[in-house]
Each structure stands twice: as C-alpha cells, then as structure tokens.
Design a protein around this ligand. Structure first.
Ligand code: AMP
Ligand code: ZN
Ligand code: FE
Ligand code: FE
Length: 282
C-alpha cells in the first residue's frame, strides 16, 4: 500500500526541516507522498515540487494550514490541492504575514517592558525565512534563559491571558474555507480534538467544509471514533496527518512523520488524478 501524510510543516513556517529535507525524511519513512501544510504560507511548495521531481513516484500535494478564530478559540483550516500561485491568495497571505510581523514587534516591546532583555532581531533570526510566530518568541526566551521550557514561555508570557499576549490578525473560518475553494482546493477542519467547544466544531462543520482531520497524534481513539461518526453524518471526507514539525520536536504535541497517514488511492479519488509530481490542478 502507498500512503500519504497529510499534515506537515517546513522551515517556511515553524518546522525544522526544509522542504527538500522533509521529502528525504518522508522517503526514509517509506511514505509515497506528503501534503505540505505550512501555517499561513505556501512558500515551501515550489521547492518541494521541484525536489520531488527527482524522486520516482513521490507525490507532493500543495497545501496550507490557515489560522482562524471563532468565538475566541483557535480553529485551524487545512487546504489541499490549492492553486498556490493564485495572485489573490498570495496577496492575502502577504497581508497576514505583515500583520504577524507587526504583532511580533508589539510582543517584543511588551516583553522588554516586563524587563526581559530580548531584541526584535533575535526573534527574526530565530524565525529564519519562515512564517514568524509565538513559537519563535518562546525559543528566543529559552535561548536567553528566561524560561526553562517552551511551555513555560507560553504559560508565563505568550499565551492568551498572559502579560505579553497580543492577539493575531483574525481570519474567520468561513473566510478561510472560501479562500481555499476560490483556489480550487478542498478544505478540512484540522485537529478538531484540540478545539475545546463542541459548539465551535459543529459551527465550522456547517460552513460548507469538505473534510475533517480524524486522525491526528493528539486525538485519542475515542475522539477518532467520534469524529469518524461526525464525518459520516455530515458527509465529510476523512484525513490523517502527523502535524510533523521536526524529528523529536514537541513531544506530546505533534507526531513523527508518517505516524498518521492515509491511503494514496483514497486521496487520489478525492483530488482527482495525480501522477508523479503533483500539482494536480496546475
Ligand atoms: P501564533 O500563530 O504566533 O499565534 O502561534 C501559535 C503556535 O504556537 C501554535 O501553532 C503552536 O505551535 C504554538 N503554541 C500555542 N500554544 C502553545 C503552548 N501552550 N505550548 C507550546 N506551543 C504552543
Ligand atoms: Zn506549527
Ligand atoms: Fe494546527
Ligand atoms: Fe499543523
């Protein structure tokens, strides 16, 4: 059987491996393909498409993970088979990125006023070319010995309700789903098990979404069964992804590559015909 891991991150957001390194690791893990789903960016896809072209029969699906908010809770929407070169999409993503940069600056100022001697430059260096976010602030705090763990950085400073918290640019899940459809992609509710309110899950499923990520490393078996039932009731397709951020990274929060995967045939039937290097709609 050939399998695809449908949820992976690269250095273009907060993953540890470059798109090419990620593909090498996927081959090592005997996957037949991956979907690249970086946070709020498609910048890793082109490199992955080109690199995978040298590997026989390896599939790269163009994807994204959009951060949205509904009723005060974080909701992540995955998009698959998107036209990642679409001008409107790129324009909106650029806007989101520039909001993110501004927000990071604001958080640094708050941290400084709390007496922590970290600089904006340090955080930017930590983020590298990728989507900048709170994980990079947490790493900078860790590197400067202000906290002992990433978790502590969030709890003490960065989480909602903590003293250096600044809200993010808020995309509504409906907008994210529409955006994905506009670029001919399929939309999927990411890791519903991480959403506390069942009401929010129900609301998102009413927004004309296509699928639900039933299998995710943070889901219990009981949750998987429940989400599978929900998928059936709402005629949604099912996906599986490890939410891979790097080998040995974020133990307990995310999985190793290929720890969650779905049959290539199933995904092919959803996305249409895809052969070899897949920009199946390109
Ligand atoms: P941002 O997009 O900048 O708001 O950062 C959100 C990211 O921070 C999430 O995708 C997680 O990877 C990470 N994150 C959020 N809360 C925590 C936490 N309590 N501990 C560790 N990482 C977290
Ligand atoms: Zn992430
Ligand atoms: Fe997520
Ligand atoms: Fe993710």
């Amino acid at each position: 059987m050939r399998y695809i891991d449908m949820h992976t991150h690269t250095t273009m957001s907060d993953g540890l491996l470059t798109p090419s390194e990620l593909i090498d690791y996927a081959v090592e893990k005997k996957l037949s393909g991956i979907a690249i789903t970086d946070h709020d960016t498609v910048d890793g896809i082109e490199e992955a498409m080109i690199y995978s072209g040298q590997i026989d029969n390896f599939i790269v699906l163009a994807g994204i993970e959009l951060s949205t908010e509904l009723l005060g809770e974080e909701v992540h929407i995955l998009g698959y088979g998107i036209d990642y070169k679409d001008k409107e999409l790129l324009k909106l993503l650029e806007e989101i990125q520039s909001h993110r940069k501004k927000r990071i600056k604001e958080i640094v100022v708050k941290l400084q006023s709390l007496g922590l001697a970290i600089t904006h430059e340090q955080v930017i260096e930590c983020a590298g070319p990728g989507t900048i976010g709170r994980p990079h602030l947490a790493k900078t705090l860790l590197a400067n010995n202000y906290v002992e763990t990433i978790e502590e950085a969030f709890n003490k400073y960065l989480a909602k309700g903590a003293p250096a918290y600044v809200p993010r640019y808020k995309l509504h899940p409906k907008e994210a789903i529409r955006l994905i459809k506009n670029v001919r992609g399929l939309s999927v509710l990411a890791h519903p098990g991480l959403i506390k309110s069942q009401k929010i899950i129900r609301k998102v499923l009413e927004m004309n979404i296509d699928g639900i990520e039933v299998h995710h490393p943070d889901h219990t078996w009981e949750e998987r069964c429940r989400f599978e039932d929900i998928a059936r009731e709402n005629r949604l397709f099912i996906t599986a992804g490890s939410d891979f951020h790097g080998p040995k990274v974020g133990a307990g929060r995310h999985g190793d590559l290929a720890s969650e995967k779905i049959s290539e045939d199933y995904i092919k039937s959803l996305l249409g015909k895809c052969e070899g290097v897949v920009d199946h709609r390109g």
